[in-house]
Design a protein around this ligand. Structure first.
Ligand SMILES: [Zn+2]
Length: 169
């Protein structure tokens, strides 16, 4: 099932999420639906709050579905270390059409559980490191625009408000 993606302005995106405790069939279904939703939107990552579910869960695939081996499920992820810095354009499915140069660590190690509850630790660089940060931010109620300059952020907020008024958001 493809979920509608929740856009910026919805309170679920700015809330701390609840931990995943039940690694059952419902979670499996949700994970499958999140991948389907992410691929349909051509995204490389999707967090549960973006489908309206306030749960500490995200999916990532930096190949956008080209290579099934790169599919990642992160339940209860925590960033345990980061190194370096890269500034690159970043976007978010909840803020469609806004892409802004955003500084992120170059290398990130994350600890999480997979869809069956098994704990793992994984390191990533470049786009994967960026995705780890972007998605774990979502689970803590944060959006990427909190990492950009205030003026740029205010300009995006203004444009969104305008679109909301016009019924285009
Ligand atoms: Zn996002």
């Amino acid at each position: 099932m493809i979920y509608p993606i929740v856009k910026y302005g919805h309170e679920v995106l700015e809330k701390q999420t609840k931990p995943v405790v039940d690694f059952d069939g419902n979670l499996e279904k949700l994970v499958a639906d999140m991948f389907e939703t992410m691929y349909a939107a051509n995204g490389v990552g999707l967090a549960a709050p973006q489908v309206g579910i306030s749960l500490h869960l995200c999916v990532i695939d930096t190949t956008t579905g080209e290579d099934p081996k790169t599919k990642l499920v992160l339940a209860n992820p925590v960033i345990v270390s980061m190194e370096g810095e890269v500034v690159q354009e970043e976007g978010c499915l909840s803020l469609p059409d806004f892409r802004v140069k955003t500084a992120r660590p170059e290398r990130v190690t994350v600890r999480a559980q997979d869809a069956h509850g098994k704990e793992f630790t994984m390191s990533g660089e470049g786009l994967l490191a960026r995705a780890f940060c972007h998605e774990t931010d979502h689970l803590n109620g944060k959006l990427f625009i909190q990492h950009i300059g205030r003026l740029k952020r205010e300009s995006i907020k203004r444009k969104v408000r305008k679109m909301m008024k016009a019924g285009e958001w």
